[in-house]
Design a protein around this ligand. Structure first.
Ligand SMILES: NC(=O)c1ccc[n+]([C@@H]2O[C@H](COP(=O)([O-])OP(=O)(O)OC[C@H]3O[C@@H](n4cnc5c(N)ncnc54)[C@H](O)[C@@H]3O)[C@@H](O)[C@H]2O)c1
Length: 255
């Protein structure tokens, strides 16, 4: 993909299912990857894998809900790798339940990770991007934020919020040649999906029903998501901003 070589790319949640695939792909494109994740041990594993394949990556143990910690981590990465060219807001968390059964404490946790976390990252990198007149941001939302999803009310609200936020930031920053777009995975086979679907018979039932409903006849794999993200971060997408692309095997076909 054009324009990714030597670029400094922050990937939040880069130790998880989709994030690890994204980290490996950006590194394979020649980008210098900084993995921001709560899970330091898994981030180190991803970093080691990238280095074994000749790529450049650094792990950064950081909680994206902590504004000061995010600012410090971004400053540290910029001092080591150089100014951030690309930000991929991928970290996320979910807990499935009907809205009437949820509590304000759960809402707060969902909002902190899925909405405030990405705001913190935008806040930390955007000023520099505006000064340099260059930058790419790809926000990983969810089809739940486009079409809704039973059991994911507050998560959906956060993801819908990220979509609206992206469009606004895209408008505010376009004159400075900053592109901000959204990729919405559909059901994708990761730890997050396993937690959502649940164990045993009911989990298998949901998985089977989704496989039937998805036109391509299977769940997404983390590697299915990376192409759209790398494209939006590449020079081939330099005239695209404020857009939303679903990667869901056709499960949703939003206009
Ligand atoms: N898997 C799916 O079916 C699916 C569907 C739609 C959207 N998504 C979105 O894709 C993105 C990646 O999800 P995934 O399926 O790979 O999940 P995952 O659970 O495999 O990975 C999520 C990663 O985010 C990290 N993380 C969570 N909270 C954090 C915090 N506060 N600070 C730093 N890191 C934190 C976790 O440690 C983990 O490594 C998420 O934004 C998710 O909402 C996933």
């Amino acid at each position: 993909m054009r324009g990714l070589k030597d670029k400094v790319v922050i990937i939040t949640g880069g130790a998880g299912g989709i994030g690890a695939a994204l980290s490996a792909r950006f590194a394979a494109e020649g980008s210098k990857v900084a993995i921001f994740d709560l899970n330091a041990a898994s981030a180190d594993e991803v970093v080691e894998g990238i280095k074994t394949n000749g790529g450049t990556a650094i792990g950064c143990a950081v909680d994206i809900t902590d504004h000061d910690a995010v600012n410090e981590a971004v400053a540290r990465i910029e001092a080591t790798l150089g100014p951030v060219d690309v930000l991929v807001n991928n970290a996320g968390w979910d807990h499935a339940d009907r809205f009437v059964n949820t509590t304000p404490a759960l809402w707060q946790k969902l909002i902190s990770i899925n909405l405030v976390g990405p705001l913190n990252l935008h806040h930390a990198v955007l000023k520099g991007m505006l000064e340099r007149g260059h930058g790419r941001i790809v926000n990983i939302a969810s089809d739940a934020g486009r079409v809704g999803s039973s059991g994911e009310s507050v998560y959906s609200a956060c993801k819908g919020g990220i979509i609206a936020f992206t469009k606004t930031i895209a408008r505010e920053t376009a004159r400075k040649k900053i592109n901000v777009n959204v990729v919405c995975p559909g059901p994708t086979d990761t730890a997050l999906f396993k937690d959502f679907a649940g164990e045993g018979e009911s989990g298998d039932k949901l998985r089977g029903a989704l496989e039937k409903a998805i036109p391509f006849g299977r769940l997404g794999q983390p590697e299915d998501v990376v192409g759209a993200v790398c494209f939006l971060a590449s020079d081939d997408a330099s005239f695209i901003t404020g857009q939303v692309i679903s990667v869901s095997g056709g499960l949703t076909m939003a206009g």
